[in-house]
Every structure is written in C-alpha cells, then in structure tokens.
Design a protein around this ligand. Structure first.
Ligand SMILES: NC(=O)c1ccc[n+]([C@@H]2O[C@H](COP(=O)([O-])OP(=O)(O)OC[C@H]3O[C@@H](n4cnc5c(N)ncnc54)[C@H](OP(=O)(O)O)[C@@H]3O)[C@@H](O)[C@H]2O)c1
Length: 314
C-alpha cells in the first residue's frame, strides 16, 4: 500500500516521504496470535494531520519509549472497515467509520490503517469522508475541552484562543450552541473567520489588549506560552483554564487549570456527526489534496488556513 512515512525528527514535514508499505495482515489480526484484540483494519478514504504532529514524542517512540520509525503520521480518519481483529465487537466489515487512531501507532496517511474499534464511530452515509476526517480531532478536542474539562454552561462566557484555526473554530461553534458568550482571539487576519464560526467578539492578540476582555468563566487555549499565562488572570473564581498545548503553564488564582490530550469517544463522535448533518457544525478545511500530493500539501509555499485533509481514496 502507499503510505507517508517520517524517519527524521529534525527534518519536520520536509522529511515526509511517500513509500510502499505492506498492508496490515488481516488473517493474523483475526487470529488469537495477532495480539491485536479489538482492532479493525480500515481502508482510509480521508486522513487528517495536525500541523505540529511531528513535534509530538508519540510520533517517534511507542508507549515503552522504543524508536518506532519509520512511522506513519496522521491520526484522524474516515474510511471503511475491511477486516476485524480477534475479539472485535460493535463494528462490521463494510461499515463507514470515522475517529482517531492511537498516537503511538502507525496512523492514517496510508491506504490502510489498524485502529482499535472503540476509537471509531459510524459515519453516516450522507457525511463525506473528507468532512468526517475533518471533524474527528477538532470536534472531539473542542467538545472535551469545553464540556468535559471546562464544564461550560449556558449563560457563561468563554475565551477561545485561535478561534480561526481548526480546533478553535470548532470550539467557537460548539460553545455558541451551548448558549455561552464566545470571545475569539487570534491574529488580525483571522477576525472574520472567527466571527463567521460564532465568536461574538474578537481580540487581535497582536494589537488589542487581552486584559480588556475582563473576566471569563472558561479559557480554551490552543496557543500556550505567554498568551496562556496572560489568560489565567482573566478566569473568574470557580472558572477553568483549559489548554491543549501541554501541561498548564499558569493557574487562575481562584480557578482550575487543566491540560489534556483528546481521546476518541464514540458517543461524542456520534453527536458531532449529527450536528454536521443538520448543519449546526461546519468544518474548517483549508485544502484537500490526494495522497500522491500530500507531501507537497504539508509543505506549502504559503500558510494555509484551516485543516489540510488528504483524500486517500478518491
Ligand atoms: N492536546 C490535544 O488533545 C490536542 C488536540 C488537537 C490539537 N492540539 C493542539 O492544538 C494546537 C492548535 O491546533 P489546530 O489544528 O487548531 O491549529 P491551527 O489550525 O493552526 O490553529 C491555531 C490558530 O491559532 C492562531 N495562532 C497561533 N499562534 C498565535 C499567536 N501567537 N497569536 C495569535 N494567533 C495565533 C493561528 O493563526 P495563524 O494561522 O495565523 O498562525 C490559528 O488561527 C496545536 O498545537 C495542536 O497540536 C492538541
């Protein structure tokens, strides 16, 4: 099968190469000897890659810290189940699915990938594969950050950093739908996009004073560093600063700080798919490229806004 692999951490996306790799061994998976209990093989139709994935340690080492290169990046997918591992329940061969793959295993920039069934949800027939791949990571991250960790409620206010980006634009939409007041942030060039995705106000982090926002109940941070540190002071008593950039670097004086890594969740994926179907959720896809053109797509000559999705199977 065709797959994108990386071997050199220092090379970044320039080190991505399109190669031939063996397809997953479906017969071995189905047997007890495969030790892949509960896994399924998915024929990848669309794959998503998060911009700084090649900086994540999990791209380079497995859970025991062993070098796992050459590794296949991209952990967001939509596709069709082609084989079931021993002990799999809940999915069937031929089923359309979407979700996230394990960070420490080979990913989805390939024609086939192996995923734990529990990390996948059915993809409705009227949702395009590219859309499914585009909302899996962004939708789950926004959902978990706002509701599971931030405990955002109707009538509360939320500061969504990077609201014109892939995750932030999803957070802005979901927070608005939950009845929250949404203040988006980012660069000046992202203002209209953030407002279009549901932000009611926008703070240009390079020119406006973040402190003028006043108090908020939840901060949803995708930027980190100084922006995160300055945001901690905006969180009201009892509120939460949630970040996806790593362990929190700052803590609100009278609130919580939570750093989390998204997990795949079948029920939440189902809810996100429903919102895509009824038009409440839009994806923020900046470009769609074929697998043959993926390396070039991930090494653009100019900055691409929104998510890059690779259409692996036309
Ligand atoms: N922990 C987790 O589970 C998890 C899950 C998903 C994503 N993430 C992380 O979340 C981050 C965002 O991912 P994404 O896919 O949403 O990226 P993205 O599409 O590039 O979005 C980031 C947004 O923030 C803006 N931004 C970044 N730095 C800024 C700064 N200093 N000042 C003003 N605006 C700034 C960007 O503007 P420009 O485009 O103009 O730069 C963009 O609009 C990544 O670090 C990713 O690894 C973590």
């Amino acid at each position: 099968m065709k797959a994108i692999v990386v071997t050199d951490e220092a090379a970044g996306t320039a080190g991505m190469t399109l190669v031939e790799r063996p397809e997953p061994d479906a017969a071995l998976l189905a047997s007890l000897d495969g030790a892949s209990y509960g896994d399924v093989v998915v024929h990848v139709h669309a794959s998503g890659f998060t911009g700084n994935e090649l900086e994540w340690p999990s791209t380079w080492v497995d859970r025991l810290g062993r070098d796992r290169t050459p590794s296949i990046p991209g952990h967001e997918l939509a596709g069709v189940v082609t084989a079931l591992g021993y002990g799999t329940t809940g999915l069937s061969v031929g089923q359309r699915v979407f979700g996230l793959t394990d960070w420490t295993r080979d990913g989805t920039l390939a024609e086939y990938t192996v995923v734990e069934a529990r990390n996948l949800a059915p993809l409705p027939s009227d949702v395009d594969f590219t859309v499914g791949a585009g909302v899996a990571m962004t939708g789950l991250t926004a959902w978990q950050g706002l509701f599971d960790h931030g405990h955002l409620q109707a009538g509360q206010s939320v500061l969504v950093h990077g609201a014109a980006g892939a995750v932030g634009s999803m957070a802005a939409q979901l927070a608005r739908q939950a009845g929250a007041y949404v203040i988006g942030t980012g660069r000046a060039s992202g203002r209209q996009t953030a407002l279009d995705f549901g932000a009611q106000e926008f703070v240009d982090l390079e020119n406006d004073a973040l402190e003028d926002v006043g108090g908020v109940d939840v901060v949803f941070d995708v930027i980190g560093g100084d922006v995160q540190k300055r945001s901690a002071g905006l969180v009201r008593a009892g509120g939460t600063l949630v970040t996806v950039t790593g362990p929190p670097e700052a803590r609100p004086a009278e609130g919580l700080a939570v750093g989390f890594v998204v997990v795949s969740d079948r029920a939440q994926l189902g809810e996100i798919a429903q919102r895509v179907r009824d038009g409440r959720v839009r994806t923020n896809i900046g470009q769609i490229a074929d697998l043959d053109d993926a390396v070039a797509a991930f090494n653009p000559t100019e900055r691409i806004k929104g998510k890059t999705i690779i259409r692996v199977h036309p």
